[in-house]
Ligand binder design. Structure first.
Ligand code: FAD
Length: 113
């Protein structure tokens, strides 16, 4: 028997955070996803001492709700501040390529080199 009063299709970060906020407001949301795991694009892999992310690895907390969600979900102590020497790479055509960390450079970043 379904006890939810709101059904959310898609259990990526959008669906999961929506469900969390709705539950905070007293609703009973249920999240359905076509995939066998929740998280959508976001997925972490740990291999040979390296942690890699399939998608989001950086949290932009321009809005206070982001901090609120992180704190209320008990993840505050997992946050790592961005270091000045932080580097980001993507695997493109089987090769690891550095990605510019500043937005203007990123927008001009040539993927075909
Ligand atoms: C390489 C990369 C790096 C990124 N880096 C960052 C970053 O550093 N910071 C940042 O903020 N963002 C980053 N992003 C973007 C961020 O990861 C995505 O915007 C975010 O994960 C999208 O979440 P979502 O819930 O909207 O969608 P998704 O994660 O795509 O989730 C959608 C879910 O809906 C399900 N679904 C779809 N159709 C159906 C259906 N018909 N029925 C049931 N279920 C369905 C899917 O299975 C999936 O689980 C990055 C993305 C990529 C690809």
């Amino acid at each position: 028997m379904i006890e939810a009063n709101i059904l959310i299709i898609g259990g990526g970060i959008s669906g999961l955070s929506t469900a969390w906020w709705l539950a905070e407001g007293g609703a009973r949301p249920e999240v359905w996803d076509a995939a066998p795991r929740l998280g959508g694009k976001i997925r972490s892999h740990s291999e040979s001492g390296y942690l890699t992310e399939d998608a989001a690895g950086i949290l932009m907390n321009f809005h206070q709700e982001v901090d609120q969600l992180v704190e209320a979900s008990g993840l505050s102590d997992k946050k790592i501040s961005r270091g000045t020497d932080m580097r980001r790479y993507v695997v493109h055509k089987g090769e690891l390529r550095p990605v510019p960390m500043k937005l203007p450079a990123l927008l001009k970043y040539p993927y075909e080199q």
